[in-house]
Design a protein around this ligand. Sequence first.
Ligand code: CAA
Length: 386
Amino acid sequence: MSIGIDKLGFYTPKNYIDIVELAEARDVEPGKFTIGIGQDKQAVPNPYEDVVTMAAEAANQILTEDNKKDIELVIVGTESSIDESKSSSTFLMDLLDLPNEVRAFEIKQACYGATAGLQMAKDFIATHPGKKALVIASDIAKYGIKTAGEVTQGAGAIAMLVSENPQIVELEDKSVYLTKNVGDFWRPTFSKTAFARGKYSNEIYMDFFKTLFDNYNQKFDQDVENIDTLLFHIPYTKMGRKALNTIESDVSEEKFNDLVERYQKSIEISRSVGNLYTGSLYLGLLSYLINGDVKDNESLMMFSYGSGAVGEIYSAKVVSGFEKAIDIEGIKNMLDSRKKISISEYETIFNTEYKNYDVVNIDTVEGEFYLSEITENERLYSRISK
Ligand code: CAA
């Protein structure tokens, strides 16, 4: 039985900042941010947006009355959750009018969460033939104004419908994983922003990639010349490129140049959105499918990394005709119709937070799903019917 991603939805907030303007405001040579880090734009969520509203926006793009009735598993992977007890998935029941006879919960392991959810969904479908699973990666990457990590912020959500006979990508049974207790990145419960040992986190990322890459090739007796495409977790676009460079000496020049060309296609959207944390690998997949020169039945090696740290490399296969199952025009329109805001507007939004008994003015809401009020410290959400 083939199992995999049948549909892919993507949401990113409507506002963004220009990375050159951010560099100028921080008195940094722009080339450091655009070339050294590899970013052009950064998504800025509105204060009424969070992981629940973004998850709802992304999932709403791929749900129909027909596929909803077969969903029995709903997993949200996030590391910027809004509640320490209640999962984001439960809010989606009402917002998306999902069936109640489902297992719904949230998964956390930094940027690895969505991969854990996807692998769990694959196993679930294998034991529940005919059923579907909704796996959503939703995050707001926040390091803080004037921090070293500020240029690597971002926000958005990826929704994946997992089923038998998928239309987009088949998940194979080949995977290797690794977990180590590492202090490269963390966010204590009292803090809205993450803490990172930046350079150390880069080293750990590279170390995990190289170890997993070697383990995978050895375990599955893979000739690296036969790899079609390598996709990476992309905290910022230079990071995946640095990891890719570590295998340059393992392959022919022609193969390496081809892998680089495919990698460039996988980072096009990330360059203009920023870090989606756990959704980043899957945004890379989406970007590659939309922009890349994808071969029939092309094989993918997916590198997932979540600080702290858990990593996994698994393989997947692109299904021919995948483009019919992705709303390519809708995604391009969403990206093109975003609004650039100034650095001072971004700073104001960054520091705005709704408090208990605040009610959001609906006239300020641009999306379909939004945080409508906070009452007795409970966050309540609404949908604007379109
Ligand atoms: N033109 C071109 N390049 C320039 C330049 C210029 N004018 N000036 C500097 N650069 C280059 C530097 O040479 C450097 O390149 P290399 O990495 O190839 O050496 C690059 O720009 C960055 O410069 P610095 O290392 O000096 O940058 P920094 O100290 O300000 O920090 C960072 C960069 C560590 C990534 C920081 O932004 C950070 O801490 N980010 C958050 C942590 C993070 O994203 N870690 C990634 C791995 S962990 C993970 O993946 C999980 C996750 O999602 C967070």
